[in-house]
Design a protein around this ligand. Structure first.
Ligand code: FPP
Ligand code: MG
Ligand code: MG
Length: 399
């Protein structure tokens, strides 16, 4: 699968779109009140990774104008049935059930053997619809709104290499700026005139809040949903699945539902709409797992935000949960949310001594592979290849 992956740079396909996206957003944020505009535009002076609009735009190109030969359609239906049967939950619920590896691999290898799927890498005639372009802007607006609020909640000093919004403008103004970004996104969303897409993105906003709430309860204790017995008896599946569920809500949901919305706006057949969702959900989870990993392995210069922040906030992510398997004494520290002197330092050390980092990376690969498997069921074109490459290289991202 990977041999052809290095060939297409996603930015060669949608780089120009992405730079006009930032300009459009800035213009969109002009309001009657220049002071308000200035705060709302603040995080957009440094464009960030723009990963959400990037995948929305590439998925739009992938689905738009799908040429559907009858042979292709029946092959797709067959493969889709395999996936669908394996995990009906994955398509409907928000639980973190995932496509079973063996089945998706089977579908993948079968499809790659079919001449029908031979990549042509052509993007001829593939356009991005204006509504899909708006959607890409909306995803970045919602994401940025959540970051402005997140930085207040996390008391984080920096973002995108800049002092964070509340550091510069104060908490009250930062809360309002986040609200304004969200409100602006909502107006844009309504203008798409597509109730299904409105519902999807509105649900994303709920998910973001719920994910953040789940994490907060994790930090502050008296959390009924977190299993009480966090003694030295890990592996505790409940705790890991709580973590994955929170990850779905705070990150994967926006990826999954906005990519799904891109397919809906492109008029894609239901099978592709579902596959887009599966792709986005797995990509989003892989992405957040890497984020949690980078909190242990990156430098602030690379990420533009402080490292080691999760431990300081009392949050145990995958590397810690895995390390706990090897160092049972971590159970106590996790339980008290690294609140005592030296807890965070000891945890940091044990995580690096353990295979927690390695195991998290392996988990990232599994999610990335599931994302790629879902993508492989789309007809080949350059945009699909770029998305494949993105999912592939995400595992090793450094920022
Ligand atoms: C970053 O996570 C934050 C999120 C993924 C979501 C935050 C959501 C809210 C604050 C709820 C409010 C939502 C809206 C739409 C206003 P992180 O803190 O783990 O990552 P970081 O290291 O980038 O700060
Ligand atoms: Mg946070
Ligand atoms: Mg944060």
């Amino acid at each position: 699968v990977n041999s052809d992956l290095e060939k297409i740079d996603p930015l060669s396909l949608v780089g120009a779109e992405l730079s006009s996206l930032t300009d459009n957003i800035s213009r969109m944020l002009e309001s009657g009140n220049p002071a308000l505009s200035k705060v709302a535009q603040y995080y957009f002076q440094s464009s960030g990774k723009q990963i959400r609009p990037l995948v929305v735009l590439l998925m739009s190109q992938t689905v738009n104008g799908l040429v559907q030969s009858e042979a292709y359609k029946s092959a797709l239906l067959r493969d889709y049935t395999i996936i669908d049967k394996s995990v009906p939950q994955d398509l409907v619920g928000d639980s973190e059930s995932v496509i079973r590896d063996n089945l998706i691999r089977k579908a993948l290898s079968e499809s790659l053997n079919k001449s029908l799927y031979t990549p042509t890498f052509s993007n001829q005639g593939q356009v991005i619809l204006p509504t899909q372009r708006r959607l890409a802007e909306i995803t970045e607006l919602i994401h940025t709104a959540s970051l402005v609020h997140d930085d207040i909640i996390d008391n984080s000093p920096s973002r995108r290499g800049l002092p964070s919004t509340h550091q510069v403008f104060g908490n009250k103004i930062a809360v309002l700026a986040g609200d304004f970004l969200l409100a602006r996104a909502s107006v844009s969303l309504a203008r798409l005139r597509n109730p299904e897409v409105v519902e999807l993105l509105a649900t994303v906003i709920m998910d973001l809040v719920e994910g953040e709430f789940k994490q907060l309860k994790n930090v502050n204790g008296n959390n009924q949903e977190t299993p009480k017995d966090t003694q030295a008896n890990y592996p505790n599946e409940d705790i890991f699945s709580y973590y994955l569920q929170k990850t779905y809500l705070k990150t994967s949901s926006l990826f999954a539902k906005s990519i799904r919305a891109a397919s809906i706006l492109g008029g894609a057949p239901t099978e592709y709409v579902e596959l887009s969702y599966i792709f986005g959900r797995n990509l989003g989870t892989a992405f957040q797992l890497v984020d949690d990993l980078l909190d242990f392995t990156a430098t602030q210069t690379q990420t533009g935000k402080p490292v080691g922040a999760d431990l300081d906030l009392g949050i145990a992510t995958a590397p810690v949960l895995y390390a706990w398997q090897e160092y049972p004494e971590l159970g106590e520290l996790i339980k008290r949310r690294f609140s005592e002197q030296g807890d965070a330092q000891l945890t940091w050390k044990l995580v690096h001594q353990s295979s927690g980092i390695q195991k998290t990376r392996k988990l990232v690969m599994e999610y990335a592979e599931r994302a790629m498997a879902a993508l492989s069921l789309f007809p080949p074109n350059a945009s699909r290849q770029a998305l494949l490459q993105l999912a592939h290289s995400l595992v090793y991202r450094k920022m």
